[in-house]
Design a protein around this ligand. Structure first.
Ligand code: NAD
Ligand code: DAU
Length: 337
């Protein structure tokens, strides 16, 4: 029987991964570790409470003593915990450097000490920077992070790979494109726009709205992580993407249509500083080597996601209060073009 240590387990992707493991490997023991930052929410793990193989520990990945105690006896580590929002990293990046880089260092040291058998570092396509009109990111593309967030993630994934080369720590790294799905914090494009529209507010489209992201459903991302965890080659990187490039403005229009709104709900606002224009992933390696394939097409996945937010207003309206509103004001006021 295996025991798996999952950091950031109360966040959007981490909580979905916990549920995947509980379903696919019901005999594994799961240690879910999360500091419950503004983005962490125990409600995301409601259905796990009462599962005898599941244990939640509230803790900071930068706290070496707490990590040391929590990780003991684990076989796998899957490291999701991070400050994950680009716009917040532009407002100030101290937390990003602390959690994303030093937190990863603490975990890698604990993995060495406790003889962890596989350490999966969850990284992002943003480490590659921005593409022009053509081309795709491959695992061999140069790293060119452009935001403080992506620079901190690139640092963390290089640090993880350096532990493999220097100390033989059994690291694998995944770099995935933009995720969407239920339980995503309503600061990110899709949940922000859906919830704003339900509240009768406008949706703030940055710049000309012609930036491209390569969207993947969170369940497809996590099935890929699971495949890499069990069968990926140590010391290697695996790109994850769904061949689904979309202009931001097209997604905005799909959301408007589903909710029966028109384009008068769009507010074009000043662009994000340093905004990457296009991301697109070449996922040939994981498909050919590990046989992974995305299963959820975008139109179906997006509709299911919008409907989830319509059906779970309680979940997000409890978030969109207090500190969230302060952040929203700081981020969006005085931003009209
Ligand atoms: P999220 O912001 O929803 O969740 C992050 C979680 O980490 C939260 O539960 C938070 O409480 C926890 N956390 C933050 N600081 C911590 C600390 N110091 N100690 C312990 N826990 C801490 O993020 P997400 O969208 O679920 O992203 C998860 C991971 O996936 C991140 O590493 C991110 O870089 C990566 N990623 C995200 C996407 C995406 O589109 N969301 C795409 C590719 C990669
Ligand atoms: O590519 C993977 C990355 O995707 C992850 O590493 C990050 O953790 C995740 O947050 C995401 O980063 P993005 O910056 O691409 O996601 P976000 O949802 O913030 O923005 C998506 C696009 O929408 C981007 O081009 C900016 C634009 N946008 C975003 C917001 C919040 C707007 O036009 N208006 C907005 O209000």
């Amino acid at each position: 029987m295996s025991k798996i240590f999952i950091t950031g387990a109360a966040g959007f992707i981490g909580s979905n991964f916990v549920k995947l493991i509980a379903e696919q490997r019901p005999d594994w023991k799961i240690v879910a570790y999360d500091v419950l930052s503004y983005a962490g929410n125990l409600a995301n793990l409601d259905e796990m409470m009462g599962n005898a193989n599941f244990k939640f520990i509230k803790g900071d990945i930068c706290d070496a003593d707490a990590v040391d105690k929590a990780i003991a006896g684990c076989y796998f580590v899957v490291h999701f915990a991070a400050e994950s929002h680009v716009d917040r990293s532009i407002l100030g990046c101290a937390d990003f450097i602390r959690t994303n880089i030093d937190g990863t260092r603490v975990l890698l040291d604990a993995a060495r000490k406790h003889n962890i058998k596989r350490f999966l570092q969850v990284s992002t396509d943003e480490v590659y920077g921005s593409l022009g009109k053509d081309g795709l990111f491959s695992e061999d593309s140069h790293l060119h992070p452009n935001s403080p967030y992506s620079a901190s993630k690139a640092s963390a994934d290089l640090l993880a790979l350096s532990y493999y080369h220097t100390h033989n720590t059994p690291v694998v790294v995944t770099r995935c494109s933009n995720n969407y799905g239920p339980y995503q914090f309503p600061e990110k494009l899709i949940p922000l726009f859906v919830t704003n529209l339900v509240e009768g507010k406008k949706v703030p489209v940055y710049g000309d709205g012609m930036q491209v992201r390569d969207w993947i459903h969170v369940e497809d991302h996590n099935r890929a992580i699971f495949a890499v965890l069990e069968n990926g080659n140590l010391g290697e990187v695996y790109n994850i993407g769904s061949d689904n490039e979309q202009y931001n403005i097209n997604i905005t229009k799909m959301i408007l249509k589903y909710l029966g709104k028109d384009e008068s709900s769009i507010q074009y606002v000043t662009d994000r500083p340093g905004h990457d224009r296009r991301y697109a992933i070449d996922a040939t390696k994981i498909k050919t080597q590990l046989g992974w394939r995305p299963q959820i097409d975008f139109a179906t996945g997006l509709e299911g996601t919008i409907q989830w937010y319509l059906d779970n207003k309680k979940w997000w309206s409890e978030i969109k209060t207090g500190k969230y509103l302060e952040y929203y004001k700081q981020q969006y006021s005085d931003r009209n073009k």
